[in-house]
Ligand binder design. Structure first.
Ligand code: FE2
Length: 292
């Protein structure tokens, strides 16, 4: 069997809750998803944003836009990119915050990037039996307006029983402290159990946090400055964050979140739900099919 991770790397992941693997993604595959992201934004009709007149209507429409994105490709824009009348103040390509959340199952370039035997193997070496990809995100972290991402644990947002969420984050451009690289608190996946869950509300019209809030000691966070092509694996309970991008350079990244399908239950209250036509797909199966 193909072995990607060394025993030391596996041990390091278990101890620290993250792992940095250089030169994991090929330049060709990165180029392909960057181009596809550009195509998706080209095809996005800005009139579908801010069509509602009142604040309440806007909130409700953006909640549903998010909640229905689990099996779609949708564009989410930076709050700072709109003026008081709801109009974009920048070109849409420079105003977009992210694409989400099912590109890996809807676009061949994203599918080929996400379902590789190498990535499936890394997941297996980290203990997955039947890893499936629950969501994908293309993160733009735009120059000057790319917003911060507050400290969080990914398992708060993608909940399985037992917990299994693991993030695979790919730098598509060099990520530095200037343009808003990831920061992680080493070992925090062991010290801080996930006590807070982000879920769909009972009416299915919005989202809410339930459970205790934990105060994390972020003074121990370290920057993960990495070159394009690097993959960072993130344990679902690892506390991590990123600062705003105040530089003139973008920081594009792509992330997939993987969950266990074997003897594991996807929570019915997760914000992300798939339609029966597009269930989660198993990484090993899809990767093998793509090789045929
Ligand atoms: Fe995260």
């Amino acid at each position: 069997m193909l072995e990607i991770l060394t025993p030391d790397e596996i041990k390091s992941f278990e101890e620290n809750g993250f792992l940095v693997l250089h030169n994991f993604a090929t330049p060709e595959r990165m180029e392909a998803i960057k181009n596809e992201a550009t195509n998706i934004i080209n095809g996005f009709d800005m009139d579908t944003v801010s069509v509602f007149s009142t604040e309440d209507q806007r909130k409700m429409s953006s909640d549903m836009y998010f909640l229905e994105s689990g099996d779609k490709t949708r564009c989410f824009f930076e709050n700072h990119a709109f003026d008081s009348t709801g109009k974009l103040t920048k070109d849409k390509h420079l105003a977009i915050n992210k694409l989400g959340h099912a590109m890996h199952d809807l676009h061949p370039a994203f599918e080929e990037f996400s379902y590789t035997p190498e990535l499936a193997q890394v997941a297996q070496q980290l203990g997955f039996v039947e890893p499936s990809i629950a969501q994908s995100m293309y993160l733009f972290k735009q120059p000057a307006i790319g917003d911060k991402v507050d400290a969080h644990q990914d398992s708060t947002f993608l909940n399985t029983e037992p917990a299994s969420c693991t993030g695979f984050w790919f730098a598509l451009e060099d990520a530095t402290q200037e343009n808003g690289c990831l920061w992680a608190v080493p070992g925090s996946h062991k010290t801080y159990p996930v006590t807070r869950i982000f879920k769909r509300n009972n009416e299915g019209t919005g989202t809410e946090f339930v459970g205790e809030d934990t105060t994390w000691d972020l003074s121990k966070a370290i920057p993960l400055e990495v070159k394009a092509g690097t993959m960072v694996v993130l344990h679902g309970a690892l506390v991590h964050l990123s600062h705003p991008n105040k530089s003139d350079k973008s920081r594009h990244a792509y992330a997939v979140h993987v969950v266990e399908s074997h003897q594991t239950k996807w929570s019915a209250s997760n914000w992300l739900q798939r339609s029966p036509e597009l269930p989660f797909r198993k990484m090993i199966e899809v990767a093998n099919n793509l090789l045929l």
